[in-house]
Structures are given as structure tokens and as C-alpha cells.
Design a protein around this ligand. Sequence first.
Ligand code: PLP
Length: 471
Amino acid sequence: MQYVSTRGSAPALDFEGVTLAGLASDGGLYVPAQWPRFTTDEIRAMRGLAYPDLAARVMAPFVAGSLTEDELSAICHAVYGDFGHAAVTPLVQLDQQHWLLELFHGPTLAFKDVALQLLGRLFETFLERRGERLTIVGATSGDTGSAAIQAVAGLERVEIFMLHPRGRVSDVQRRQMTTVRAPNVHNLAIEGSFDDAQAHVKRMFTDGDVTGRLNLGAVNSINWARLMAQVVYYFASALQLGAPDRTVAYSVPTGNFGDVFAGYVAAKMGLPIERLIVATNINDILHRALTSGDYSAGGVTPTITPSMDIQVSSNFERLLFDAGGRDGAAMAEQMRAFEASKAMALTNAQAEGAAALFTSARADQVETARALQWAYRAAGQVIDPHTGVGLHCALAVAEAGTVAAGVPLVTLATAHPAKFPDAVERAIGVRPALPARVGDLFGRAESFTELMGDYAATRDHVLDNAAGSHG
Ligand SMILES: *Cc1c(COP(=O)(O)O)cnc(C)c1O
């Protein structure tokens, strides 16, 4: 499988190339040159497969030429054999129509594990093949950092330096990073804000002293392999609900548009998806874009769903490219204008292409809390606030008749409620406990290095402690 950039001028790469590259060299995002498509019979034959085998079946066309079937299968078994639930992503029924797809049974209790655990193994496989090492440098305000650390802890050819703003991440979030004891994991607590930490990371990628000595990498959500891994759970859940002989709809708590774009990919591959609901909180750039065609960035308002507090959604570019006719030159021009003015209008083709599958909705904090209460009262389910945004939107769209009553509507449960205990307790009066397998989080020793907020100190610490340094 070959991959092309959404901005048309970066070279086409194979799967190994796009996995290690992340962003394309022209600033665009990689997408498959064409969508692989399963026949109805091929999809029906997937029924009953265990998750790791289903994952290998669904992802096979995307990795063709870079991994053999046996290699892919071994990776999927190693990654998904280790989740906290045998089904990996179990479905839970809420009522006649509504379901939850629990994506939080990985090591850090959020859906990002499903993709990042796979990405870590892919890095290791490809680096070994090339005889190379990779030094991942990242900044986190909470969730992605711990998922990335857990994904690479103990790997031979990958090391990670994760910066977090000292004292500004929650205790659970910090401990999920700092209690991981592996020689290739380095936690740095930086004095200052998340933006200060992020600025250090960005500067390292353009600092010749660093790039001359380290092969730097990132694990952000624009990496194609992450989206690919997320396609699998749409197949897993739809098959359980009767696909390919029945259509299914999804409501997806959305930030960077990665998770919901994976649903679009599943539909392109032949899975009968009736509708994808893009569920946003009050930071609703995507809801505005999908309802009025106006994609314009505002400020960010902090909410009880921090993983969805975004200004722009990087993966949205993939949809605009595909729905808009795959014109890389036009996409590059459109994105240049957007980066200059922070606003753009969708073309007719983009708006119509998006409307064919996506519906959007938003939830404010009162509505989110009400969805938590509904799940608790109607089905005895304690859900996290991100999932609550998705559920509110699912209930609203079903009420409006946009998804017919006979179509199962699955809300993606993107985080375990115990990651956000305060917001959950405020909404339903119940404080969720950490699951047993991570329950000793507060008993484990922490390890991190505190650094004052200047760039040179951060850079020198990374260079002095990187095993992958050559020179
Ligand atoms: C990252 C995240 C999201 C948003 O997912 P995107 O792929 O960025 O749209 C939603 N909920 C939780 C809990 C997350 O961690």
C-alpha cells in the first residue's frame, strides 16, 4: 500500500515510511492512495474472530508490502492480548437503541492506548529492520503523555522524554507517567505552563545540536498508524450488532478528529455505517464547520472534558482532502490560507461529502452532566465526561430522528470514569474507583526530573541522558 500527502508534494511512501515519518514533509498528512474495500462476504466471514485476529484481518491491506501476515498477526496478539478485558473493546447495552463501546481497557484507561500500544510495537519492528534508534520527545497536559510512555516502556530501540508542566497535571495523570519504571522512559517536570513545555519540544526539532545527534520522533495523533488501529473497533462492534446485514451508527467524542475519521475509513472499507455523529463540547469548531461550512478557530475554553478542548482539529484535513476530490495542490492552498487567517470556508464538494456520513452536535457542561445522570439511572453505568458528551449528542440525534429508532447507536466510551473522578462525582454523587489492575497507582514510587523553565537546561538534559545519542 502506498500513501500520499494531503498537500500533494511530499513523496508517496509505503506503510513503514509513513509510520516513522508521522507528518509529511510538505506539512500534509498521509492517507492511503486508495481505500481498500472488503466485500459483504468478506465482512461476514469476520464474525466471531477474536479481537487480535480481527485486527490483523482489517489492517492487512494497509500494511501490505511492509509487514507479512505472520508479522502483523504476531504484533496484534502481543498488543491486544494484554488488555484488561478479554474482548479488548467490549460493548455495553444502555437501552433498546443505545450502546457504549468501552475503549478504556488499556494500561492508561483511555482509548489512545488501543492505537499507541500498536504504534510502539510497529516502531520497534521497523527500527530493528533498519538498524536505527528513535528518541521520542513530547509535551503533555495529561493523557497522551501517559499513553505514549506506556506504549514504548521497555522497548529496545525507542526511548521517550516526556515533558509535563510541573504541578499542573492531575495526580492520577502524573503518576500514570512517573511510576512507569523503565530505562528508556524519562519524565521531565518543567517549570511553567503546558505551552512552555510544548515550545521546548518544538524548538528541539529545529535545533541542529539535537537533530544532529538524535533521530527525533513524535507520537502525535496525525500518525496514520494510529488511525488505522482505531478502524478495528468499528468493525468489532458493528459485527457484534449484526453487520454487514444491519447498519450501525456511532457517536464519537471528538477533539482532533482522529477517532471519528477512523469511522469514516471503516465506512470506505465497506462497513455499513449509517451515520457518524461528531460530538463536541463547547469548543465546537467542528460542529460549526459541519453545520455551516465555516471552519474558523476561536479561543479555547477549558471544560470538564479537557481532551476535547481544541482550537483546530488536525485530522479534519484528511476528510477535506478525501471528500473534496483528493486535489493536493488545492488542499495546500486552502490550508495556507487557513493558517494565515485562522478561518476558511468548506468547498461545496467538501461540505456535501462530509454531510453524506457525518452529523454533528455539541454538549455544554450541564448537558454533559445530564448525560452522566441518564446513563447512571437508566442503565446503572458510570461514564466519564468525554463519553457523556458523546452520549448527550447520541440521545439528541436519535430524538431528532436523524438516526432511525431501529438502528443501533453506539457511543464511544473514550476514557474510564476514574480518570475524571471529581467531575463524575459532581454529576452523579458517586466517586468512581480505579480498576484493580491500576489500583496501586498511589502506592508506587515515582521518578521524574525537575527542571527550571529554560530551554537550554531541557535540551542539555535530553542530550546528556539519551541512549540514542551519536556524537
Ligand atoms: C483524545 C481524546 C478524545 C478526542 O479524540 P480525537 O481522536 O482527538 O478526536 C476524546 N476523549 C478522550 C478521553 C480522549 O483522550
